[in-house]
Design a protein around this ligand. Structure first.
Ligand code: PMP
Length: 390
């Protein structure tokens, strides 16, 4: 049944169906777009295009409505329990979102002697901005201590027990990631709140989770959630910050300033509608099963080492679950070479350090990242090629 469901959805991605000899396995970098998103772009540009927030005519008013309605759409998609007490700000992606929080909001939270917790092996976008804020404040005589977020290397998850021990009364802010972009695991963010207590601000990098599994800011109990629209089937150059407003002054500038990426926002609304109709829980099931198939296959090939959590199948592990990302390296073949060899067989993967920051992996690796359009047949073909390189 899931197979039929997937077949119908895959057929809605023209770039996928138009290139049957290729397998796109790099959705963690950016995702492909379904017809509904392409249509929404075409419709917006051919019927409505105008600037937002400054209209005395229908197209401008409709564009303003589109932007405001999409803010509400993002809130609903993220399971916001109190939409009247939150705000959504559109960005070009997760990097800009996290940087905006670090630059425009974090300094107002921190005073001399405070501590922030920074995950040292996350994506650079979730490390560098916080360190830059620390430096900025130090130049103003406000000294903030950075506590590295501990990891369990064996599982690729945060070490929640160690976090509870290092968090203290001066811990004002914690940055975390929902699904790790290299290790592929669900980072059990709901345990972070338990570890740090109610008064610490928790900021979630949801770049790899929005569109891949149900994300509920209520269940995770976070204060900020940041994601990239383009990884959630919308156009490049899209993304959003969701912020709980009670945490401080409104993060979104009052009124309108500048011209928003209106067509990108139209694409984001269409993408979230599409994902809701498809069923994000089923997308999670589908991609986790494919990732498990790949992890399992690699286990039988001695030349390969899989990074991150080794528990592969969704739902069966209370500790950690692998979503649709599998990163591995070959004992002898350089990961850049391996990426090129795989492309010569039609597989598009990522092969380098994956923008991992700080204390990330020292040697490169190949990352296979999946979305709803990928198939078991692609995974089996990939495993067959990998086996010939043993
Ligand atoms: N955080 C994580 C976990 C990511 O995987 C990525 C994208 N690779 C980013 C942040 C940055 O996203 P963007 O390129 O859309 O700014």
């Amino acid at each position: 049944e899931l197979r039929e469901w997937q077949r119908a959805l895959r057929a809605q991605f023209p770039i996928i169906t138009g290139n049957p000899e290729l397998a796109y396995l790099d959705s963690a970098a950016t995702a492909q777009k379904p017809r509904a998103v392409l249509d929404a772009v075409q419709t917006y540009l051919t019927t409505t295009n105008a600037n937002a927030g400054r209209g005395t005519y229908t197209w401008a008013n409709r564009t303003t409505d589109l932007v405001e309605e999409t803010r509400d759409r993002v809130k609903r998609f993220l399971g916001d329990p109190a939409p009247e007490q939150s705000c959504v700000h559109f960005t070009s992606g997760t990097t800009e979102g996290l940087s905006r929080i670090a630059r425009d909001w974090l300094p107002s939270l921190l005073t001399d002697g405070d501590e922030i917790v920074v995950p040292v092996a996350d994506h650079q976008a979730n490390i560098t901005p916080w360190l830059e804020t620390r430096e900025l404040l130090a130049r103003q005589g406000v000294h903030v201590r950075v506590r590295p977020m501990p990891y369990q290397r064996s599982s690729g998850d945060y070490d929640h027990t160690a976090l509870a021990e290092l968090a203290g009364p001066r811990t004002r802010f914690v940055a975390v990631t929902h699904v790790h972009h290299v290790y592929g695991g669900n980072m059990n963010v709901h345990r972070v709140r338990r570890a740090v207590g109610p008064d610490t601000v928790v900021c979630l990098d949801a770049a790899q989770s929005v569109g891949h599994l149900p994300v509920s800011v209520a269940d995770l109990d976070v204060d900020f959630a940041v994601f990239s629209g383009h990884k959630a089937l919308a156009l490049p150059g899209t993304g959003a910050i969701w912020a709980r407003q009670e945490r401080g002054p409104s993060f979104v500038p009052a009124g309108w300033s500048g011209t928003p990426h209106t067509v990108g926002i139209a694409s984001l609304a269409a993408a979230l509608d599409w994902l809701d109709t498809a069923g994000v829980d089923r997308i999670e099931q589908w991609t986790a099963a494919l990732a498990a198939r790949l992890t399992e296959g690699l286990r039988h090939l001695d030349a390969y080492e899989v990074l991150g959590c080794q528990t592969s199948l969704a739902a069966d592990s209370p500790v950690q679950r692998r979503l649709g990302i599998v990163t591995f390296r070959h004992r002898d073949i350089d990961s850049g070479d391996l990426g090129f060899i795989l492309f010569s067989h039609g597989f598009m993967v990522r092969s380098d350090h994956h923008c991992q920051g700080g204390a990330g992996e020292r040697t490169g690796s190949v990352r296979v990242s999946l979305h709803v359009y990928n198939t078991a047949e692609e995974i089996d073909r990939l495993l067959t090629v990998l086996a010939t390189l043993e």
